[in-house]
Design a binder for this molecule. Sequence first.
Ligand code: A2P
Length: 280
Amino acid sequence: LTSTYKLANGEKIPVVGFGTWQTPDGQVAEDSVLAALKAGYRHIDTAMIYGNEASVGRAIHKSGVRRDELFVTTKLWNTDHTYERAVKAIDTSLQTLGLDYLDLYLIHWPNPVAFRENWQDANSEAWRAMEEAVKAGKIKSIGVSNFMPRHLDALYKTAKIKPVVNQIYLNPSDQQKEVVAYNQAHDMISEAYSPLGTGNLLAVPELVALAEKYEKSVAQVTLRWSLQKGFLPLPKSVTPTRIVENAQLFDFELSAKDMQAIDALQGVAGQAKNPDETTF
Ligand code: A2P
């Protein structure tokens, strides 16, 4: 869990992160993040819209883990894609988390309903605010989430600092090959949210059979596939035993043949919506 990828800007990022999407705010979020930190996770992924930044922050402080040993990500919400609003959103997230810098800050969605007519300019303005926050020492690295190649092509027109991460819905059932290839060609790490397909992959017979073969859980096999693809999985759980289980991925390796068998599962448990068709 302490192994890292190197981002294009030279910063290090732990190869597995703890996801908190759909983790309710309050005691549940605080306890699960504390359990994750106790289990050895050093990378926590949250977002303003998850509503749990305050609990995540409390857990971080209670854990006693040193700030410089931790990697914390949060994200800009869809209502805040202007320069002024983004400046404020960054400060608010820092305050809510109780941190004086973020390791990574992402534009959460490329094409919010509120900016559908001018999403290119909106993203470019938000990005400018993020670049300034990097210069001011408030953020170490900046990136995007749910961006397709055309959204990134547009961002590159004005970006002075290049995004180092694209966080997308990414698992054996939705391998997003075009986006992943683009990310790779542009020196971005592909972070995988919902690496277990929000849990929908856990009963897929091919994965169940592989789990038996490797004497691991389906979750572990699926997360191992993600790592061996070079992705950065962000498994979410509020269950202490699962939190521990999802971190135990480094004592086995899937064979090339079994990797291919999992590659063949595209579509088996549904796919993400096109980001341009979201209604938020
Ligand atoms: P819970 O949070 O109740 O433990 P994803 O990361 O793809 O979004 O998947 C998250 C979902 O998968 C949650 O419903 C979570 O349940 C469940 N989950 C996470 N880890 C495991 C595991 N190791 N075994 C079974 N279910 C898991």
